[in-house]
Design a protein around this ligand. Structure first.
Ligand SMILES: Cc1cc2nc3c(=O)[nH]c(=O)nc-3n(C[C@H](O)[C@H](O)[C@H](O)COP(=O)(O)OP(=O)(O)OC[C@H]3O[C@@H](n4cnc5c(N)ncnc54)[C@H](O)[C@@H]3O)c2cc1C
Length: 368
């Protein structure tokens, strides 16, 4: 067991992962005077390779509302060209098509993440391009966190630990080894595309997946992806892509291929908020993502904002206060979790082939 020397700083909060959830929490806590350690493994320069979050990069109205509530306005540099106002919905099996009105902001997801990270105030200690390898709670109840940065391992100490490390969260896996949540593999490719009219499209094909596929125009490229139950996702993706080609998409010569895990909660108990003992989970690490649309950024932003309020309002952060803080975070996120429950209930209307066909055939809410 290691002993903390007097000279070692003990942070109030150590945040693992700086996607939308972690970057928001780091910013809000540091602004409110808490000492923050924040670690993110993303490479800043996409050309340098490394992991980049595969994402449609569409900012839904709820996420726009979260940014507005936090007093943030999107810089132009984050936007992708063009902005799209409708979604072309195609059932690859029945070949039925509909167009629905939608109000997303089309962004470059990587630039969005870097922008959110750039807003973290200078009083936070931030490690970019660094990975948290392990952590444990020592006999004093303090988290010892070991990260790998700049070619070496370093250890830091913190009173609380926040897992903001996304769908495959190592914090969640360590805290709850037996926890299981339905998860899919999302495969996405970027095509240099000058032929397809700018579009946002959704594809369904129940023969390959009970989730969906998407295509989004972005700065001269077409991003085409789909999410599949885990086994044989590469092969399923190829068939899915070939079937989409029949609808006029060329989808030839990809310039980039990405894949990652994506969660699809099915019940309230799929959302895990922490261990009640100083460790918390936010964003997709907590299972918060819509299982119907896979929209996750609003839940990341909102859960971070709620936890920031709970932790910054706590006075001293000590083991005696942790169960009360956990209860407050649980109460604070109740509305968010209920909203996710409504998305779970909406699932059959999107993913049950018969119901979906009825809805599409009826033309309810469709533009054409
Ligand atoms: C293919 C796809 C398309 C999607 N499209 C959309 C969309 O258009 N709109 C939308 O709202 N949502 C979309 N989502 C969902 C959305 O991307 C996520 O819900 C959202 O990114 C969750 O944010 P987060 O901050 O919780 O986690 P993440 O964005 O996953 O961020 C986690 C961060 O933690 C870092 N990290 C992980 N492990 C470690 C570690 N050990 N040490 C240090 N850092 C670590 C990662 O590098 C990453 O930066 C999509 C998801 C997928 C898979």
């Amino acid at each position: 067991m290691s002993k903390i020397s007097e000279s070692e700083k003990i942070f109030d909060a150590a945040i693992v992962g700086l996607g939308p959830a972690g970057a928001t929490l780091a910013r809000l806590l540091a602004e409110r005077g808490l000492s923050v350690l924040a670690v993110d493994r993303k490479k800043s320069d996409p050309a340098a390779g490394g992991f980049q979050k595969p994402c449609g990069g569409l900012l839904a109205e709820d996420a726009q509302r979260s940014l507005s509530r936090q007093g943030l306005a999107l810089p132009k540099s984050v936007l992708a060209d063009p902005q799209l106002f409708s979604v072309r919905t195609i059932d690859l099996k029945t070949t039925r098509e509909r167009t629905y009105r939608r109000f997303y902001i089309n962004m470059n997801r990587h630039r969005f993440d870097l922008w959110l990270k750039s807003l973290i105030p200078g009083n936070a200690t931030v490690f970019h391009e660094a990975t948290v390898r392990r952590f444990f709670r020592n006999a004093d109840g303090i988290f010892e966190i070991t990260l790998y940065a700049g070619g070496e391992e370093k250890t830091f100490f913190s009173r609380t630990l926040i897992g903001a490390d996304g769908a495959s969260s190592m914090v969640r896996r360590k805290l709850f080894p037996a926890y299981k949540i339905r998860n899919y593999t999302a495969v996405q490719q970027w095509f240099s595309d000058t032929q397809t009219c700018p579009l946002y499209a959704c594809f369904f094909d129940e023969r390959l997946t009970d989730c969906y596929g998407w295509a989004v125009s972005k700065d001269g490229d077409l991003v085409f992806g789909a999410a599949f139950p885990r086994e044989e996702s590469s092969r399923a993706y190829e068939i899915f892509r070939d079937r989409a080609r029949r609808f006029g998409f060329s989808l030839k010569n990809p310039v980039r291929t990405e894949a990652c895990c994506v969660l699809r909660p099915e019940k309230m108990s799929d959302f895990v908020l922490g261990d009640g003992n100083g460790a918390f989970l936010i964003g997709e690490a907590a299972g918060m993502i819509s299982p119907s649309s896979l929209e996750g950024m609003s839940y990341a932003l909102d859960s971070a904002e709620i936890l920031a309020k709970v932790l910054s309002g706590a006075g001293t952060l000590s083991p005696e206060s942790f169960s009360e803080l956990a209860a407050k975070y649980c109460t604070g996120t109740r509305k968010l979790r209920l909203k996710l429950l409504t998305k779970i209930l909406k699932n059959p209307f999107m993913y049950n082939p018969t119901l979906r066909d009825l809805v599409m055939r009826s033309g309810i809410a469709a533009e054409k």
